[in-house]
Design a protein around this ligand. Structure first.
Ligand code: 16G
Ligand code: MG
Length: 550
């Protein structure tokens, strides 16, 4: 189609009217809000995905319908660029503009103007692969989205109900098929085969560890983990819990990676499922975040979060590169955000370069691309490892001179296959952790003792207007409201090993306050002092003033 079929777009758009009074925004994780308000957004995302594909000469674009760790009534949608990474940010703005056109006529106007200014050649083909998580609102939203594809004449491939990282994998596999960068077979089966084969090679000959309990958050991670379980069972026994994907309201409810990280507690549903010392982990609702944990002999809960995963994995990779004889030839670095526990940053910085970037996967991913091997993890459990084209070439052409070098090199090559390099992937990361634990003969206890987390506290503050909060230095300093940072600094310096920062949330209408200190009561006190300060300085409903020492 060389022009837009205006009649067809009008007819279909009329079936998906925009609700009045709602302003949509393509935020850090795409569009995300109550599922029953998103019909028009999904229709228009279908159109923008088609246009993005045309703009990129028919390359396949991905679309994922999910609201991740949010409760079940929420839903959302995000676009994936051809190499399996997040949508280029200038298009986030276009997506926002599309979603807010008030009527079909306004939308037709915006569409026509965009095609002209973005110089989109409508005669190009458009291809889109899409998937959804297990939310009940998913099927209707997917059908609105398919109307969008139809309206713009895009070819759609339905990947069904699957995890976010699998959708990213599919996008990259489809676009690299038959090239020297071929990423894998473009099917869910191809994904599981790639991961499980690499895993089996990496743990061959190692002792089988005690079974790993997986909290699937009652989401799409459950069917995915079940498929993986069958493929790796000879080397690793997976015990799946919280797999009720059809029980209303169960998704992410008192379970899942976000619950564990926020509450710093074991999901109550796992209380009788985990023996002392046994490893457990939680996925989030779309299986792109991972939290490990164990209960010690005294019944105490120990959380092994994204920072602990980064420490474990980065140290292991540094060691392998050294053993392979490649030290100094590959620059390895770690990327974190300000939420990384200070003790993890210290541990890592003693071993390799560490960079701090603003919150959000795209920032971490882009920063990690600057290294030959870039390890990135958010404390919340989202992360992966990127191997640059240079390092991939080096690893595949390098000629080791000793058997030890050769073994280490083979491990590195298998790690490149095991790791989902498109985006953080709970299942791939879980296998990665299990590989390192098996190689080091670590239980959760030894892993946990790499460093001791500094006590920390995260507090939400409801303020009148969070848009007045502006940050710099990777969100560690406030520049607005003016003068507030100075007051924060004055309080922080009174605490031993104190650190605190304030940033507006990108996903909720709140300001977040993070604080840490070397003692638990001080970390709590510091967090509430700063939260109180922020609240008092910027005004808000007295009923919402942060309560001290919860
Ligand atoms: C989103 C981000 C995540 C970030 C979180 C912060 C993606 C795919 N996800 O979930 O990386 O940690 O937002 O939320 O980028 P906040 O801005 O509300 O603190
Ligand atoms: Mg998620």
């Amino acid at each position: 189609m060389a022009t837009i079929d205006v009649e067809e777009v009008r007819r279909l758009s009329d079936l998906h009217p925009k609700p009045a009074l709602i302003r949509f925004q393509y935020g850090t994780a795409g569009f995300r809000t109550l599922g029953n308000t998103l019909d028009s957004v999904l229709f228009r995302v279908g159109i923008i995905a088609g246009l993005r594909s045309k703009k990129l000469d028919g390359k396949t674009i991905g679309v994922m319908v999910t609201a991740s760790h949010n409760p079940e009534p929420d839903n959302g949608v995000k676009l994936v660029d051809p190499r399996g990474e997040m949508l280029e940010s200038s298009w986030e703005t276009h997506a926002t503009t599309f979603s807010n056109a008030a009527t079909t006529e306004d939308f037709l106007f915006v569409l026509d103007a965009f095609v002209k200014t973005a110089k989109i050649d409508l005669s190009k083909p458009a291809r889109v692969v899409y998937a959804r998580d297990t939310r009940p609102s998913g099927p209707a939203l997917v059908s609105a989205f398919e109307d969008g594809l139809k309206a713009i004449g895009a070819e759609g491939r339905d990947a069904g109900v699957t995890t976010t990282p699998i959708l990213h994998y599919l996008v990259r596999s489809i676009n690299t098929k038959g090239t020297k960068d071929a990423y894998g077979e473009d099917s869910e089966q191809g994904y599981f085969a790639k991961l499980s084969e690499a895993f089996k090679k990496l743990v061959a000959g190692r002792a089988t560890p005690p079974p790993l309990v997986i909290d699937c958050a009652n989401g799409v991670g459950a069917p995915a983990a079940a498929k993986l379980s069958g493929l790796v069972k000879e080397n690793l026994l997976l015990v799946l819990e919280n797999t009720s994907t059809t029980t209303p309201g169960a998704l992410n409810n008192s379970c899942g990676a976000d619950y564990v990280k926020t509450a710093q507690k074991l999901p109550p549903s796992l209380a009788s499922k985990l023996n002392a010392g046994q490893r457990g982990c939680s996925l989030d609702g779309d299986a792109d975040r991972l939290m490990y944990f164990y209960i010690d002999e005294g019944g105490k809960f120990h959380m092994l979060d994204g920072d602990k995963i980064a420490a474990l994995v980065a140290a292991f990779i540094v060691e392998l590169v050294k053993t392979a004889g490649l030290e100094g030839q590959l620059n390895i670095g770690v990327v974190q955000t300000a939420y990384a526990n200070g003790a993890s940053t210290k541990y890592l910085a003693e071993r390799l370069p560490v960079k701090c970037v603003p919150t959000g996967v795209k920032h971490l991913h882009h920063a990690a691309e600057h290294y030959d091997i870039g390890v990135y993890f958010e404390a919340n459990g989202h992360g992966t490892v990127l191997f640059s084209p240079t390092s991939q070439d080096k690893l595949t052409t390098y000629e080791p001179s000793t058997p030890a070098q050769s073994t280490a090199l083979t491990h590195l090559i298998n790690l490149m296959q095991l790791i989902n390099q498109t985006v953080g992937d709970a299942l791939s990361d879980m296998l990665l952790v299990e590989v390192v634990l098996a190689h080091k003969s670590y239980s959760g206890v030894e892993w946990d003792s790499l460093y001791a987390d500094l006590p920390n506290r995260l507090v939400k503050v409801v303020v009148a207007d969070r848009t007045i909060f502006k940050t710099q230095d990777a969100e560690r300093q406030l520049v607005s409201p003016p003068g507030l940072q100075k007051k924060i600094d004055e309080i922080v310096q009174r605490y031993d090993g104190g650190r605190s920062f304030v940033r507006p949330s990108g996903t909720e209408d709140v300001v977040r306050v993070y604080a840490e200190s070397i003692f638990r009561p001080q970390a709590d006190e510091l967090a509430f002092r700063i939260a109180g300060l922020v609240y008092d300085e910027t005004g808000g409903d007295p009923a919402q003033r942060p309560k001290e020492f919860m």
